[in-house]
Every structure is written in structure tokens, then in C-alpha cells.
Ligand binder design. Structure first.
Ligand code: HEC
Length: 201
């Protein structure tokens, strides 16, 4: 038999052994083909280590340092609050690109509960007794942009916060898009260009 076939056969046998090793229901320990995958010289989070004086394997960040890209100098931008007051207006320039980004992020992060229209009938609320707010209620409409940003960031009552999943720039994009959604249900004939109004009557 040519050497190539022999090697292939050997490879297949090894792969089979590795697979059955993983899914075996036998009480005997599985055959470990690559033990370094199972047993690695590493510490798991929160594990103990005799190497450090405090006995912890996880180290604290060095005091006074900031990870690259995590310096949040613009406090108002990152919290939605300035001088103890919610920001009145979105600090980003509202253009088509921002709204499209906001729409995309809203449909990913908010629609599961609030649904794509913002009425609050998302899939989660259909399957649970959780009641997301209707984003078209006057109270939500009257919130300043900064308050909306802060609800998205830190959550409110039963709503969880999203600041760890959604970066600040995207949260402001969502704020802009929520404003567009809210506006979309309060349009009047006066919003339609004069020459197109006849078509709607
Ligand atoms: C896991 C479900 C869930 C997701 C996802 C979610 N929300 Fe909510 N949201 C809720 C619930 C539930 C409430 C009602 C909170 C209450 O009154 O207890 C709420 C309330 C709100 C309110 C009203 C707060 C108030 O003061 O009444 C706003 C505004 C809001 N959500 C915006 C958003 C936006 C924007 C997103 C996307 C970033 C989002 N939510 C994602 C569940 C969710």
C-alpha cells in the first residue's frame, strides 16, 4: 500500500479515537490523544496562586493606568449627564448614516423586547409576562436625549442596562433612531411636501 494511504488511514483512526474519547459514556477515563488541550498550564479567573503575596491569580489593573481606548474624558458623552442634569440634545451630528446605524443597533438590542416599531410587543414580551414600555408614550417622548441615553446605559426598574454590550457612540445612535421612530407616529399632512398631499387624501 502506498505510504500516503497508510498515513491517511492512521489519521482517520486517530480522529475516530479522539471523537469517541469525547463522547464516550464509559466510566473509564477517555484516551487522551492531545492531553495539552485538556490540561493547560494556565490560571482560570478567580483562581488561587501561591505566586503572588495576596494568593490571587487574577491581578488588579495597575493603579493610575487606563487601557488603550478606554479613557472616558468626555464625561457628558459617556453618561448623558452634565452638571447633574440630563443632556438635552444628542451630542452627535444627526445624519442619515447615524440613523441607519441606530436603526440597525435598535433592531438588534431593543427590538427583542420593544419590537421594531417600539410599541413594546417584542418576542420576549410575547413569551413572558415582562412588559416593556411603549416608546411612543408621551412620557418617553418627553424624555430628554440624555435621559434616554441613561436608560439605555444603566437600565431602569425591570429593564437591564446595555452599556457593556453597546458602546457609547452606538447608544447615541440608538437615541437618534428612537427619536425618528417616535416622530414617525406623530406625522401630519403638513409634513408631506405640498405637491404630494393630494395623493394622500
Ligand atoms: C430584555 C428586554 C428589554 C430590552 C432588550 C430593552 N428594554 Fe427597554 N424596557 C424593558 C422593560 C421591561 C421596560 C419597562 C421597565 C419598567 O417600567 O419596569 C423598559 C423600559 C424602557 C424605557 C422607558 C423607561 C421609563 O422611564 O419608563 C425606555 C426609554 C427603553 N426601555 C428603551 C430601550 C432601548 C432604547 C433599548 C435598546 C437599547 C431597550 N429599551 C432594550 C425591557 C427591555
Amino acid at each position: 500500500m502506498p505510504k500516503r494511504f497508510l498515513l491517511n488511514g492512521l489519521g482517520a483512526a486517530l480522529a475516530l479515537a479522539a471523537l469517541t474519547g469525547c463522547s464516550s459514556t464509559s466510566r473509564r477515563p477517555p484516551l487522551e490523544i492531545f492531553p495539552d488541550m485538556d490540561r493547560q498550564a494556565k490560571y482560570k479567573p478567580q483562581a488561587a496562586s501561591p505566586l503572588f503575596a495576596d494568593g490571587r491569580a487574577s491581578r488588579r489593573p495597575v493603579a493610575g493606568t487606563v487601557a488603550v481606548g478606554f479613557l472616558k474624558e468626555d464625561q457628558a458623552f459617556h453618561s448623558g449627564v452634565s452638571g447633574g442634569m440630563y443632556l438635552g440634545k444628542n451630542p452627535l451630528t444627526i445624519d442619515r448614516q447615524l440613523l441607519e446605524r441606530g436603526q440597525e443597533r435598535f433592531n438588534i438590542y431593543c427590538a427583542p423586547c420593544h419590537d421594531r416599531t417600539g410599541m413594546g410587543h417584542g418576542i420576549v414580551s410575547q413569551r413572558t409576562s415582562w412588559l416593556p414600555s411603549n416608546l411612543h408614550d408621551p412620557r418617553q417622548k418627553n424624555m430628554t436625549d440624555g435621559e434616554l441615553f441613561s436608560v439605555i446605559s444603566d437600565g431602569r426598574r425591570s429593564m437591564p442596562g446595555y452599556k457593556y454590550q453597546v458602546p457609547a457612540g452606538d447608544r447615541w445612535a440608538i437615541v437618534a433612531y428612537v427619536r425618528a421612530l417616535q416622530r414617525s407616529t406623530s406625522g401630519t399632512l403638513a409634513d408631506v411636501p405640498a405637491e404630494l398631499r393630494e395623493e394622500l387624501r
